[in-house]
Design a protein around this ligand. Structure first.
Ligand SMILES: C[S@@+](CC[C@H](N)C(=O)[O-])C[C@H]1O[C@@H](n2cnc3c(N)ncnc32)[C@H](O)[C@@H]1O
Length: 274
């Protein structure tokens, strides 16, 4: 049954964060928990944008049990001063209208760390510079392109995966925490939780790998035809490996719709039906 949202929604904004994107920030969240004096399970994570509730499930299955992601209007909550107490803001925002700008303003004015999963074109937008630009944002860039999940009933009658653009994590921390974090990242063994290739930490825009940079970033190096073809082959191979790994993991997880699941091509297991 599709969710009834407590705010106006552009259906194109419905795209849930894929589980593997959380794998890439598990260690960072562990670090923030220890800096905030919290246990992993007690780290208060705030995702202000609500889609279908996968956020809570995905973070809980990675050991983060204090997650606020509920069906409420972020802007109304802000206006009324009802923002929940939190240690870190983690979200994948809607891209329509002025949502991105409003979120970045919120992050600029907050003293808490933030991790925003956004398309690669955001850092070249003028509003990026005028909002969080001075806050020395940094980037956690995945080894492979993330595929988002459009929940059942939103655009089609079944769940679909979509990867319309490159995306990565944009991050901000108070300066003292950020300095410690960079040192910690260098020293820590950052093998990703799922055993997939590890993400890269880019301290500034010029450290974002060229193949992940925005199309209209004038500093982005264009490859020659042969290099492009070779890169495409490598990307396809990496993508196929990542998909196989993802399917293997999903087949081990249990579908939340249980034996009532009618989704076409559901990837999860249904022990009740077995
Ligand atoms: C790209 S989705 C991501 C959802 C979730 N944060 C995640 O990471 O999976 C963005 C969602 O923002 C929600 N949204 C749009 N306007 C909102 C608002 N004013 N308050 C809260 N959520 C909103 C939409 O329902 C949409 O599904």
């Amino acid at each position: 049954m599709p969710v009834r949202h407590a705010f106006d929604v552009d259906p194109d904004d419905h795209c849930e964060t894929p589980a593997e994107a959380y794998d890439d920030i598990v260690k960072t969240l562990d670090f923030i928990a220890s800096e905030s004096g919290r246990s992993k399970g007690g780290l208060r994570i705030y995702d202000p944008y609500f889609c279908d509730g996968a956020v809570v499930r995905n973070l809980a299955s990675r050991g983060f049990h204090s997650v606020h992601n509920v069906n409420e209007d972020f802007y109304q909550v802000t206006r009324e001063g009802n923002i929940p107490e939190y240690d870190v803001l983690v979200t994948n925002p809607p891209y329509s209208g002025d949502h991105l700008e409003r979120l970045l303003l919120f992050c600029r004015d907050s003293t808490k760390p933030w991790l925003l999963l956004m398309p690669n074109y955001v850092y070249i937008k003028p509003f990026f510079e005028t909002t969080v630009g001075e806050k020395r944002p940094f980037y956690i860039v995945p080894a492979t392109r993330y595929e988002y999940i459009v929940p059942q009933g939103v655009r089609r009658d079944h769940t679909v995966n979509t990867a319309p653009f490159m995306s990565f994590w944009y991050a901000g921390m108070p300066p003292a925490m950020a300095t410690k974090f960079f040192q910690w990242w260098r020293e820590a063994d950052l093998e990703s939780a799922a055993g997939l290739p590890k993400p890269l930490l880019a301290g500034k825009q010029s450290e974002i790998p060229h193949n992940m940079r925005a199309q209209y970033d004038s500093s982005r190096r264009r490859l020659r035809k042969k290099q492009r073809e070779a890169a495409d082959r490598r990307k396809r191979k990496r993508g196929e490996e990542a998909v196989t790994e993802r399917l293997r993991k999903r087949a081990q997880e249990t579908c939340r719709y249980g034996s009532d699941c009618t989704r076409t091509g559901c990837w999860f297991s249904h022990p009740e039906k077995a």
